[in-house]
Design a binder for this molecule. Structure first.
Ligand code: IMP
Ligand code: MG
Length: 187
């Protein structure tokens, strides 16, 4: 089990499993034959997933341009009801197929906010790709079109996702263990 900065992190989804899912997701996205595709990762947590996904899309013969959007979220990971735009994208989205990319779909408030904004601005279509879906936490009326993995209702880190700014660099998705593993007593 990896120990990072003195903390044990249990691997939930390995680097290999994630790479396999990215390939499958890209092939699914390719089947929708997107036109003039704009991939729009929601920063910050999605940047690693998005970087791998656009390269998997390239291998599935899908070209894309990429812009970023940053919205406010509350606390270290959890989202408040109030979503604000912190950094907007530069391009006009009118008539374009947009693929929103996020690390986790939880309450859905973040993705609902951004999806509605893109529709209001005249996007031709708005699809959603998320690495992880915490389905039991949903509060807003939003579902992802492409899901890497269903996610247990636990706080996860790695592959772009942080806990208080740490662990984004991990190549896998993991769960930080609160206490060190209990060693079994020998008889
Ligand atoms: P929601 O769907 O609006 O509730 O927000 C989901 C966002 O909350 C994700 O984009 C993440 O930034 C963050 N988030 C939710 N759960 C976790 C977690 O387990 N680890 C890290 N970030 C999380
Ligand atoms: Mg996020």
């Amino acid at each position: 089990m990896p120990v990072i900065d003195g903390k044990t992190v249990d691997i939930l989804f390995s680097e290999q499993e994630i790479a396999q899912r990215n390939k499958a997701l890209a092939e699914d996205i390719a089947k929708s034959r997107p036109q003039n595709l704009l991939v729009l990762p929601i920063l910050k947590g999605s940047f690693v997933f998005a970087a791998d996904l656009i390269r998997a899309l390239h291998k599935a013969n899908v070209s894309s341009s990429v812009e970023f959007i940053t919205v406010s979220s509350y606390g270290a990971g959890q989202t408040s009801g109030d979503i604000h735009l912190l950094h907007d994208l530069d391009s006009d989205v009118t008539g374009r197929d947009i693929l929103l990319v996020d690390d986790i779909l939880e309450s859905g408030k973040t993705l609902h906010f951004v999806a509605e904004l893109m529709k209001k601005r005249g996007a031709r279509s708005v699809a959603i790709a998320v690495l992880l879906d915490k389905h039991t936490r949903r509060k807003a009326p939003v579902e992802a079109d492409y899901v890497g993995f269903p996610c247990p209702d636990q706080f996860v880190v790695g592959y772009g996702m942080d806990a208080a700014h740490a662990f984004r660099q991990l190549p896998f998705v993991g769960i930080v263990r609160e206490s060190p593993p209990v060693l079994e007593k020998k008889p």
